[in-house]
Design a protein around this ligand. Structure first.
Ligand SMILES: [Zn+2]
Length: 280
């Protein structure tokens, strides 16, 4: 049996989580995760990036997210404030192309929670390289790592707060490195804002305008606090811009954002070099 297959003809094993989904409906997320891990022992698992068998994420694909985070905000047009203020710094782990894109899609849309664990580990490690930069703007209070809010439809589809898990991993990484941090899921989507998937840059901004807010009960808690935003993929920047606006209105100070992947700017070829806008 070959250990790898070409992208065009690689097998697509059933997702353990989806396979088990019909059997465990209504159970807590942690218990479902445990059953997924158990299911991986008896169901075929392969790396979503390249199809390698018996690997959640193979070593080559894992290498895509193992390097230190780098700045990627220049490719996100909707982050440009156009009022003279510098653009919000955004760090990421990988370009959202090729195998990385396949990993993210498997995690978010095909129930591969086991792939998400690899992302959490990579963020936990990667954010530690950012601590010197993040320490600059912090108050004595712990840094708040705030996940971008998912739409209700996305949460129903994915069955888990996947970005919240990333935020908790990043907060643990900061704390491990000596910068006290806590995950703070204080943002919520309000009204009819729909999932961003499939929307263009302008439509994303319209979709989110006024629909991302700080939960009423959290407004006092974020006032004056320093915030690192956390999202899965940076595309146009509309989501992060809406998050920053909501937090700023509540009196928080957003010092940057971290994602696991970033879409390269138009015209750039796939690859790390083209995505890099500025070194940390
Ligand atoms: Zn792979």
């Amino acid at each position: 049996m070959p250990t790898t297959t070409m992208r065009s003809d690689r097998p697509t094993p059933r997702s353990p989580r989806r396979h088990l989904g019909g059997l465990v409906g209504g159970l807590p997320g942690g218990l479902i995760d445990g059953l997924v891990e158990l299911g991986a022992l008896v169901l075929p698992v392969s790396c979503p990036g390249c199809g390698e068998y018996d690997e959640v994420v193979c070593a080559r694909c894992l290498a895509l997210i193992e390097g230190p985070p780098w700045r990627c905000e220049a490719a996100a047009g909707r982050l440009d404030r156009m009022d003279g203020r510098p653009i919000l710094p955004v760090w990421t782990l990988a370009p959202y192309t090729g195998q990385m894109r396949d990993l993210v899609v498997a995690w978010k849309d095909r129930g591969r929670a086991d792939v998400g664990r690899r992302f959490e580990t990579a963020l936990h490690r990667g954010v530690r390289d950012l601590v010197p930069a993040l320490r600059c703007g912090t108050t004595p209070d712990p840094l708040l790592v705030v996940p971008a809010p998912s739409s209700a439809a996305a949460r129903r589809h994915r069955g888990d707060d996947v970005v919240g898990r990333l935020a908790r991993a990043a907060a643990r990484g900061c704390s491990t490195e000596g910068l006290p941090a806590v995950a703070a899921p204080v943002l919520v989507r309000r009204g009819r804002g729909r999932d961003q998937v499939g929307l263009g840059a302008r439509a994303r901004s319209r979709n989110l305008a006024g629909h991302v807010v700080v939960r009423r009960r959290s407004v006092a808690a974020v006032r004056g606090r320093t915030v690192l935003l956390l999202d899965d993929v940076l595309t146009t920047g509309a989501t992060l811009a809406a998050c920053e606006q909501a937090l700023t209105l509540a009196g928080a100070v957003v010092i940057g954002a971290l994602t696991i992947a970033a879409t390269p700017s138009p015209g750039a070829t796939a690859g790390r070099v083209e995505v890099v806008a500025a070194a940390v």
